[in-house]
Design a protein around this ligand. Sequence first.
Ligand SMILES: [Ca+2]
Ligand SMILES: [Ca+2]
Length: 466
Amino acid sequence: MDHETLRILGQTTGVAGVALGVFLLLYRDLLRAKIFPNLTKRQGFLAILLFLVLVWSVAIAGIVAWFWVTTHPQSAHHGVEPQPNDPRFVKHWPFDVQEAKTRQHNAARRLGVPVSRDLTLDNNVRMAFMLIPAGQFVMGSDLDAMELERRFGGVGEDFESERPRHRVFISRTFYIGATEVTREQFAVFVRATGYKTDAEKDGFAIIWDGKWSKRQGASWKASGFEQTDAHPVVNVSWNDATAFCEWLSIRVGVYCRLPSEAEWEYACRAGQDASFVWGNSPDDGAGWCNASDATASRANPTWKSFSWDDGYLYTAPAGSFLPNGWGLYDMLGNVGEWCCDIYSLNYYANANVTDPHGPVNGYRRVIRGGNWYRGPSLCRSSARNSRAPAGRSYMTGFRVAFNGRYEAQSPPGPHGEEDNLLNPTKKPQPSASNNDLYRDGEPNQGMHPGHRSRMSAMASHFAASG
Ligand SMILES: [Ca+2]
Ligand SMILES: [Ca+2]
């Protein structure tokens, strides 16, 4: 029955039932004499009373139905076949921290892998990763651009790319860095390879000193402010971050890469539907992240800042603040994080439901999570940013992700939606076909050509060295 029919039926039954009931009540003696002339007065009265109860029960049901229909307006989508990317398809979303941990541990048990694991970069330096279970979530902002501007500042049109909200299925369990890549970890890569970053090759990086400007001599080693080895590396481009991942892949024998933008948001949210990891109020974020805060406001009164004080004007040592439900630190704030995807303003309207991986064509690459310079407008779970692949600034770093691959000797997980995760201490088996290796880090066909060719080269390397 549709809304309108139910409303008319409820209204008619309710009004008519009440009227009939009142009539029965008022003329009960007359009716009893006319309808039940052979019954005693008491029996006739009970019969009328029974009838009255019946009529008013129907009337009350009608009124309840009428009220329900009036207070539950018909969905705008009513009668329209829901599309695959409709957020209404996402069941069991959002979920709380306990559920996040349960899912994480269940996935680890099913796959026979640890929830957290370290990759060894060299004798003294390791990198910690957390397991992120395959699953569905709602990607993007529930608030429109103007509402985001009203609540969190910034310029509304900058937020239009966060819509429409849509359903995303991350089909493969993956590991992602528990923290941003640190200077110490990046230094191992540079020592091992002699790699020169884009900033070093060109002789400058980009800083903000009232306006965006080139700072000659700035690089990951000379960030422009004081950093220890424990701080996240900055002034690295997408090219540099990708080169690091390629080196690490060969170093540890498992395909390491930047996370896709969808993986990043799924990992950041850890089941939370809110604007921030800690909830919807910017003021509740104390202790959760290093962003533009009271410390920053004191130094730069014009900055748009959170109300709390995190104690850091620039970067904080990686992992200094509270982790999200999946044990990930600094997803919001500290440094912005490169994702592997090409950026497109309109991508969400046409994104794949399963493992979206950015548009095939484009130039700028996605950066996520806001950074130490940013306030509530950009340190949000759905906020998107982008920069040219050679772009580098003292606000941007990255974190690493890796999947596994299908092992020839062991079948996929029992749920058919997750890979067995490769033990990173084990080299790929020579028996694995090149194709298997190729698909190792390839979530879908929407990957841009540059990344695909790099992966193909990586697959060849593993095949040759296996
Ligand atoms: Ca700060
Ligand atoms: Ca971050």
